[in-house]
Design a binder for this molecule. Structure first.
Ligand SMILES: Nc1ncnc2c1ncn2[C@@H]1O[C@H](COP(=O)(O)OP(=O)(O)OP(=O)(O)O)[C@@H](O)[C@H]1O
Length: 230
């Protein structure tokens, strides 16, 4: 369980997150939505400690504010950033092994489970990250995050710029992690069909604040019209 309370974040003088409160539970997919520029990515980066913020972010009861990003990975939070951030000159295997560096247990080999979830990564193990398609890179970014041995995944727009069948497959993998392995999943996703199909809960942001949250069946056309239509 992640519990965010009174979270504030500033870019210099610019106040971006305002007293944000948000909880995400294990076994569930919580989808953060909102129009462009409302602070979704800023929230994800703040949770990972990549941006300074104040307030409280507790994961499994442990306070994360003041803890370095690499320690947050050690505590069990895996991060799949917007734009994937694959190392294009490194091979698929080398990219995956970067995830292993965050582990305390000194595991040196990529767990087979990653290749079961994403068979294409095994097929392309010795290819350069930069040679992969967008969909393959997204699978690699998720695989690399899973190599840190997390119990929670944060994904920032995993479906962005990816062909629909791969987006679907990624949704199914995330759902499997939540339902079968009790992962806490917090993801930013703009696409309504994806959220409605895979999420359990939604949270809508506007100008750095949470303005609506509920179970996904309550994401009605009226709510969409009010907060998400452009
Ligand atoms: N490095 C930065 N320095 C200053 N302001 C920033 C910086 N990054 C983002 N912002 C501003 O903070 C606000 C929130 O941006 P953020 O990227 O978190 O929004 P978002 O909801 O993720 O948007 P999108 O859907 O376009 O990805 C925006 O007004 C943006 O211009």
């Amino acid at each position: 369980m992640i519990e965010i309370a009174n979270l504030n974040q500033f870019y210099g003088e610019s106040h971006t997150l305002w007293d944000m409160n948000l909880n995400a539970e294990p076994g569930k997919i919580t989808c953060v939505m909102g129009r462009n520029g409302v602070g979704k990515t800023t929230l994800m980066k703040s949770i990972m400690g990549l941006l300074p913020s104040s307030g409280s972010i507790k994961y499994q009861g442990k306070e994360l504010i003041g803890i370095a990003p690499e320690k947050r990975a050690e505590i069990g939070i895996g991060y799949v950033p917007q734009g994937r951030e694959i190392f294009s000159q490194l091979t698929v295997e080398e990219n995956l092994k970067i995830g292993l560096l965050a582990r305390k247990d000194k595991v040196k080999e990529v767990p087979q489970r990653i290749y079961e979830l994403f068979p294409v990564l095994k097929e392309m193990l010795h290819r350069k990250g930069g040679d992969l398609s967008g969909g393959q890179q997204q699978q690699l970014a998720i695989g690399r995050a899973l190599c840190t041995n997390p119990s929670m995944l944060i994904l920032d727009e995993p479906g962005e710029g990816i062909q629909p069948n791969i987006v679907q497959m990624i949704g199914e993998v995330i759902q499997k992690l939540a339902k079968e392995e009790n992962f806490t999943i917090l993801l930013v996703e703009q696409k309504l069909p994806f959220s409605r199909k895979f999420a359990d809960q939604f949270v809508i942001m506007e100008r750095g604040r949470v303005v609506a949250e509920n179970t996904i069946d309550q994401l009605t056309d009226e709510v969409v019209e009010q907060y998400l239509s452009v």
